[in-house]
Design a protein around this ligand. Structure first.
Ligand code: 4NP
Length: 157
């Protein structure tokens, strides 16, 4: 029987200031558009940016391409507890995936996958880290996470 509890998804990248906040915002916006109840959060495997707002370039692309304000988001680090609190944990790239695989508790209930595993034709491919890239790299990330959000809604909810 399908649970009435909303599906919960945690987006994870390295710093939680570029890719995963955009993925969080894109999935929440797509769910709202479709009227799907979902719980979404994001976190980083690293601790450098804990408490920081998203990178200004990530804030700008969310506003420009999605009309979404992510300025109030604050970075946090992923915890072991997250493996019990979320149904799905989605890694942006292979390094994030490996980190999460290693920290995952043996009885953790969350299903771990890569974000683009949920975008047909892009399974196993990473969302590249745009931190040292250009504005275009941030645009590409926003487009990828928005397309993936549609796939996630079709497959996971
Ligand atoms: P993110 O990007 O993992 O998409 O948030 C990065 C942000 C910061 C750093 C690396 C990646 N950093 O090395 O500080």
């Amino acid at each position: 029987m399908k649970s009435t509890r909303p599906v919960s998804v945690l987006m994870v990248c390295l710093g939680n200031i570029c890719r995963s906040p955009l993925a969080e915002a894109a999935l929440r916006a797509a769910a709202k558009r479709k009227g799907v109840a979902i719980k979404v959060d994001s976190a980083g495997t690293g601790d450098w940016h804990i408490g920081h707002a998203p990178d200004r370039r990530a804030q700008a692309v969310a506003k420009r391409l999605g009309g979404i304000d992510i300025g109030h988001f604050r970075a946090r680090q992923v915890t072991r507890d997250d493996f019990y609190r979320f149904d799905h944990i989605l890694a942006m790239d292979e390094a994030n995936f490996r980190h999460l695989s290693l920290m995952r508790p043996a009885d953790g209930t969350a299903k771990l996958s890569m974000l683009l595993d949920h975008l047909p034709g892009h399974e196993g491919t990473p969302v590249p880290d745009p931190y040292h890239g250009s504005v275009e790299a941030f645009d590409a990330v926003f487009r990828q996470v928005t397309e993936a959000a549609e796939g996630i809604l079709r497959r996971l909810t």
